[in-house]
Design a protein around this ligand. Structure first.
Ligand SMILES: Nc1ncnc2c1ncn2[C@@H]1O[C@H](COP(=O)(O)OP(=O)(O)OP(=O)(O)O)[C@@H](O)[C@H]1O
Ligand SMILES: [Mg+2]
Length: 264
């Protein structure tokens, strides 16, 4: 039932030789990846490489066509994101499932509201949710002027941080982040990287998707680079340099050709 490698600890989530096609389009082929507790696994790759497809399989949004998905060493196929969430796998999508006009605290508890009262008449315990959301965000160093502020007014980085804090609070064991720094400037990216590292330090297994080799190299324990749905590089931190990652991402030869074409 466990993976072939018996010396390694059981991964929280593991995909092995996973494949996925959408009709005639082959989005993934023969990709393997492990998510270990207290580690950050970075998935890199160009547009269309298959990064989102890979994490959608792990988060129950899509089903794989080939290969094996294991959770705690046990072979699994999720039929919905709810099932993945029930196994402790929380995903923060790039577009974020937030309601922009909704207050920060309501968004924090969206779908898991605290209620008070007896019997059939239960009311939302908004005071407690406000207080808890403020405390939990403060714990991660996120100080918001107003917890009643609409989420839409937060910066992109703050929104990512609220989503990460939310996943940690609701007991996620695995945190999947799909390009959390893609739309952010240097400073805000730094903040998101810091919270990602905090989630790791809290013992979560993190999957961090990015186009940015610098961001990956700052926090990654393990790196998987996808290209056209296949694994182009699979290496631990000790076995890869920032230069190599940059080269992989830039697509060395292609950049050379481009430089030639653009020269005037
Ligand atoms: N629902 C879908 N139906 C058909 N094809 C899809 C679907 N989702 C993804 N694809 C295709 O699968 C391939 C991989 O897409 P995917 O979104 O996983 O890439 P990505 O690495 O996340 O890219 P990006 O960096 O642009 O987000 C692409 O060729 C894409 O067009
Ligand atoms: Mg994507």
């Amino acid at each position: 039932m466990t993976a072939d490698d018996t010396s390694a600890p059981t991964a929280l989530v593991e995909v092995q030789d996973i494949g996925k096609h959408y009709g005639a389009i082959r989005a993934l082929e023969g990709v393997s990846l492990r998510v270990n507790a207290g580690e950050i696994t970075c998935v890199l790759g160009d547009n269309g490489a298959g990064k989102s497809t890979l994490i959608k399989i792990m988060s129950g949004l899509h089903q794989h066509s080939e290969g094996v998905l294991r959770v705690d060493g046990e072979e699994t196929t999720f039929s919905s994101p709810r099932e993945a969430l029930d196994r402790g796998i929380a995903t923060v999508y790039q577009d974020l499932a937030v309601v922009p006009l909704m207050e920060v605290w309501r968004n924090f508890f969206l779908g898991s509201e605290i209620r008070k009262g007896f019997g059939p008449v239960k009311m939302l315990d908004s005071d407690r949710m406000r207080r808890t959301a403020r405390e939990e965000l403060a714990k991660m160093g996120i100080e918001l002027a107003d917890i009643d502020q609409p989420v839409g007014q937060l910066s992109g980085g703050q929104r990512q941080c609220v989503a990460i804090a939310r996943a940690v609070y609701f007991g996620a064991r695995v945190l999947i982040l799909d390009e959390p720094t893609a739309a952010l400037g240097v400073k805000q990216s730094g903040v998101v990287l810091k919270y990602t590292a905090m989630a790791r330090d809290a013992g979560l297994g993190v999957v961090f998707i990015t186009h940015n080799p610098h961001h990956a190299h700052l926090i990654g324990d393990h790196f998987v680079v996808l290209k056209l749905g296949r694994t182009n590089l699979d290496a631990g931190r000790a076995d890869v340099t920032l230069d190599q990652l940059t080269q992989e991402m830039a697509g060395g030869d292609e950049l050379g050709t481009l430089e030639h074409e653009l020269r005037r």
